[in-house]
Design a protein around this ligand. Structure first.
Ligand code: AMP
Length: 213
């Protein structure tokens, strides 16, 4: 969990690369849906997609065989209804929920989100202020492939997303703290420092079946 620009996607990608846990980004999955103009318009506006749609996507994706040993939910749950659905899924799948908050102060968030650029081929996340690509606006792993900026990463849309986050998603921090499950990591550091903390939390908390080679 974390506000827009906190670094959830970067961390989820590292967990996938290094621990083999599939990254399930509801934002990416919704953006990739075909014939879903309404959904894409809502995404570009910075508002949330309806719980029913997102829940169906998560239920279907997490039932795939690669999720058997666990998975990383990136950007889900974002509402109390989604958190409640996840409790049910956790019981059905016999998997504990490990809520991790990447905590970043609001003044840093705007700059992080507005500087973000993504590779359309591999999904690598760059930042023109903090992690620029080696060559102007192209992917380090895919020479010549131009990076793009998400429609909702403009300063104006980021403000809407932060408001949405504070209203709908921030209450989940209390929800998970109240049951003593929330882990909080300091997201102001560089990605490797944040990752170290997250990997330690995952290693200490979950199944030995997770490979840490
Ligand atoms: P993200 O890629 O996580 O920043 O999500 C981008 C956008 O996708 C959000 O602003 C929402 O419009 C939509 N979205 C992603 N995850 C969810 C979710 N769990 N619930 C509702 N909308 C979502």
């Amino acid at each position: 969990m974390g506000a827009p620009g906190a670094g959830k996607g970067t961390q989820a990608r590292l967990l996938q690369e290094r621990l083999g846990l599939p990254q399930i980004s509801t934002g990416d999955m919704l953006r990739a849906l075909r014939d879903a103009e309404d959904i894409h318009t809502t995404q570009a506006s910075g508002k949330l997609i309806s719980d029913d749609v997102v829940i169906a996507v998560v239920r279907e994706r997490t039932s795939q065989p690669d999720c058997q040993n666990g998975y990383v939910l990136d950007g889900f749950p974002r509402t109390l209804a989604q958190a409640q659905m996840l409790e049910g899924l956790s019981a059905e799948q016999a998997k504990p929920i490990l809520p991790i908050l990447v905590a970043v102060p609001i003044d840093i968030l705007e700059k992080r989100a507005s500087g973000r650029r993504n590779c359309p081929v591999c999904g690598e996340i760059y930042n023109i202020y903090f992690k620029p690509p080696r060559n102007d606006e192209t992917c380090d792993h895919h020479p010549g492939v131009k990076l793009f900026q998400r429609a909702d990463d403009s300063v104006e849309k980021i403000r809407v997303r932060l408001e949405t986050y504070n209203r709908e998603t921030a209450p989940l921090i209390d929800y998970y703290s109240a049951s003593g499950r929330l882990f909080r990591v300091d997201g102001r550091r560089d990605p490797e420092g944040i990752y170290e903390d997250i990997e330690a939390i995952v290693r200490d908390s979950v199944a030995p079946s997770v490979s840490t080679n």
